[in-house]
Design a protein around this ligand. Structure first.
Ligand SMILES: N[C@@H](CCC(=O)N[C@@H](CS)C(=O)NCC(=O)O)C(=O)O
Ligand SMILES: [Fe+2]
Length: 350
């Protein structure tokens, strides 16, 4: 199974893309609403089929991306039924097995941070996604959402510390940039529950954390009780001028076929050299020539009355050109995917 760990800086959340390469089946664990474009781009670029978004719990600090992924990719939303959340397609129950192509994830109830927390363990017990039950050298707080340190102690001891020592722990968050751990390591070195810690030691520690509530809590919990569906049900706005696709590199791109059919609606900015502009590949009629090296200094010469499509030979230099325009606060801009080479290969008239 492929595991890709993704990070949301605002909430320090780890999102995991877990996929079976041969079949392309994939699930996304603990996605973040605002990271939708990034996650969807990665899924698309890796050629995967998203079956489910799975939330390890009803998060208090960020809104899940489950509903947005469902709208965009047709994935189904998984969450434990304890929260009685709406828009849930797959109630995650202890003992359930979620098949991901040839691989699978077993659901283990690990309540205590909240009353519906689950961990997801792969079939050979070499990977566990612990959500906020067990963190790297930490454990999820137990002071809201029906949290209970006694219950969390038992969850970690009975459901997680019974996994093999070398089982890799992938946490739901880390606030210090630590990406993973192992069960053996946490069993020995976790300051809250490791070593010879007994239940009252853990409970005493957790009861005195005195953490401020997450900043987004008042927004996140109600939104997550709707599976991440915004209150008005509206999908956040995407570019309305054409089928712009965001890449995992963070670049808005548009295809040659669409541009060929909508030439009058866009301004074409060519960032190659003058020699290339008049060279073999030719250029698009009406294109503005502004070589990449001069773009930053002459950005004010780019008209803003139409969306701008940035062009070069293969779409690489124009990718930087696109970023320069975005940096200069040009809103409606996209890179021509594949550049003039793709244009020629598609047999389009320039
Ligand atoms: N400061 C963060 C909140 C961090 C927080 O409370 N995280 C929860 C997970 S949802 C936790 O259990 N933290 C445990 C800890 O920091 O020890 C925010 O405002 O979002
Ligand atoms: Fe949490």
């Amino acid at each position: 199974m492929i595991v890709r760990q993704l990070f949301d800086q605002t909430s320090s959340t780890y999102t995991y893309l877990v996929a079976d390469r041969p079949t392309g089946a994939a699930v996304l664990i603990d996605s973040v609403f605002e990271q939708h474009a990034r996650d969807a781009a990665l899924i698309r670029e890796l050629g995967l089929r998203l079956l489910y978004t799975l939330d390890t719990h009803c998060h208090a600090d960020h809104v899940t991306g489950g509903w947005r992924m469902k709208v965009a990719l047709g994935s189904r939303i998984g969450l434990a039924p304890a929260y009685q959340a709406r828009n849930i397609d797959l109630p995650l129950q202890h003992g359930d097995v979620i098949h991901v192509g040839a691989g699978s994830l077993e659901v283990r109830a690990t309540p205590g941070h909240t009353d519906g927390c689950v961990s997801l363990v792969n079939s050979d017990h070499q990977l566990v996604f612990t959500g906020d039950a067990l963190l790297v050298r930490g454990a999820g707080r137990t002071d809201f959402q029906h949290g209970d340190p006694h219950q969390l102690f038992r969850s970690i001891r009975d459901q997680l510390f019974t996994l093999p020592d070398d089982c890799v722990v992938y946490p739901g968050h880390d606030y210090q940039g630590r990406t993973s751990s192992t069960i053996g390591e946490e069993r020995r070195h976790n300051p809250r529950i490791g070593g010879a810690a007994r239940e009252e030691d853990f409970v005493g520690y957790m009861a005195n954390l005195a953490l401020p509530h997450p900043k987004q809590m008042a927004i996140a919990v109600p939104a997550n009780l709707r599976g991440g569906r915004p209150e008005d049900g509206d999908v956040p706005a995407t570019p309305d001028w054409g089928p712009v696709v965001m890449t995992y590199a963070g670049l808005p791109e548009i295809g040659v076929d669409w541009v060929a059919g909508h030439r009058a609606e866009v301004h074409v900015l060519d960032v190659r050299s003058a020699a290339e502009f008049d060279g073999d590949l030719g250029h698009l009629a009406g294109a503005q020539l502004l070589p990449l090296a001069e773009l930053r200094a002459r950005v004010s010469e780019v008209p803003t009355d139409k969306p701008v499509v940035v062009v070069c030979q293969t779409g690489r230099r124009s990718a930087l050109g696109t970023q320069i325009l975005i940096g200069a606060t040009l809103g409606r801009v996209a890179n021509l995917a594949g550049g003039m080479v793709a244009w020629r290969d598609a047999g389009l008239a320039s």
